[in-house]
Design a binder for this molecule. Structure first.
Ligand SMILES: [Zn+2]
Length: 357
């Protein structure tokens, strides 16, 4: 029996412990023969709750590129990825012990001609529930909708789906044990999405007080992808000539983003870290996302927890680094709660009990 030993404060409680890894599992029972691998701050494996494996700016990418994306995330400490929609079938990643754990949402479901080309199933409302049912069965417990997008006739963001189609869609997912999330930039799509029982909102820059209260009350999560929000002025400028209303709208959402996401945090909405890597942004930026979240007013514990222990619990992983749980963790030379910048340089990355980086 080979055993590995790690020593240091184990977050979130910070108690200094000798953590042993035996057969891929955590134990705190001393193993005399264990080799000391590293000392430092031990953090439950990081979570990127919104990324895209298998996508680039033009659509699906081949398996060697998917593999490189997953390895980049892993080496940054992201050991559990919630894939928020991919045009490629990445289910083969489940068979690779050296790649992060992956929770797939299947392929994005968007309204016809109202999303990035080559990404989504582009359909009309009468087909929404059947597509949701199909993606719920193909994925790993999540379905991803595009809740709003630019509509060419009005030249602005408008909701993609009517309320009755959304209600049927939520039922189709929930009946199959899947949760539903939606991309939403603006305000108008939110009341029907939240009102029809969605489980999570991505981006959420259009949230207002009453909707935030509804989210908190219903336990609807928010993954604000704060690094991605920095790109809104770029999207506004790219569309300004043809769609000036949209451009102004995106500028306004950008200007109020800190107030909006900060209000959700203050109201007790559960916030999780997601980089939105894969379409526009590169992989491997989970540390930067946590650092940016802290600038929105999250405490260091909440910012890091949103990318680690709290996110793992939300996504159904076993108890964080408790006796007998899976050995997925990252060791840092310094305390990341004193300086979140530490997250950009993991010391050791341990996945399924193997030191992978
Ligand atoms: Zn995304």
């Amino acid at each position: 029996m080979t055993a590995l030993r790690f020593r240091g404060p184990v977050l979130p409680d910070g108690e200094v412990r000798d953590l042993y890894v035996v057969d891929g599992r955590v134990t705190y029972e001393a193993v005399a023969s264990a080799e000391l691998v590293a000392e430092g701050w031990i953090v439950p494996g990081l979570v990127d709750a919104h990324c895209h494996i298998g996508l680039d700016a033009n659509g699906a990418v081949p398996e060697d590129v998917q593999e490189a994306q997953a390895l980049t995330d892993r080496d940054a400490g992201a050991l559990l990825l919630r894939d928020c929609g991919s045009a490629a079938d990445t289910s083969w990643i489940h068979d690779r012990d050296d790649l992060p754990r992956l929770i797939r949402a299947g392929r994005h479901i968007a309204r016809t001609r109202r999303y990035i080309r080559n990404y989504a199933h582009e359909i009309e409302p009468e087909d929404l529930a059947s597509y949701v049912a199909r993606e719920a069965e193909r994925g790993d417990g999540w379905v991803k909708l595009v809740g709003d997008w630019i509509e060419r006739d009005t030249g602005d963001l408008t909701p993609s789906w009517p309320r009755d189609a959304l209600e049927a869609a939520m039922k189709a997912a929930h009946d199959r044990g899947a949760r539903v999330t939606a991309h939403v930039f603006g305000a108008h799509a939110l009341p029907d999405l939240i009102g029809s029982g969605i489980d999570c909102i991505e981006h959420g820059t259009g949230l207002s007080g009453d909707l935030i209260d509804m989210m908190a009350e219903q336990g609807v999560a928010l993954v604000p992808t704060v690094k991605q929000l920095d790109n809104f002025p770029k999207y506004a400028e790219a569309g300004r000539d043809r769609f000036p209303r949209y451009a102004d709208h995106m500028e306004a959402l950008h200007a109020s983003r800190r107030e909006t996401i900060g209000a959700a945090y203050d109201a007790g909405v559960h916030i999780y870290a997601g980089t939105d890597a894969g379409g526009v942004l590169p992989h491997g930026l989970i540390g930067d996302e946590v650092i940016e979240l802290a600038t929105y007013g999250l405490s260091p514990e909440d910012a890091l927890g949103s990318a680690s222990w709290r996110a793992r619990t939300w996504l159904g992983m076993d108890d964080n680094l408790a006796e007998g749980t899976t050995a997925d963790f990252v060791v840092y030379a310094q305390n990341p709660l004193d300086d979140l910048g530490v997250l950009k340089g993991p010391g050791r990355v341990v996945l399924r009990g193997i030191v992978v980086a």
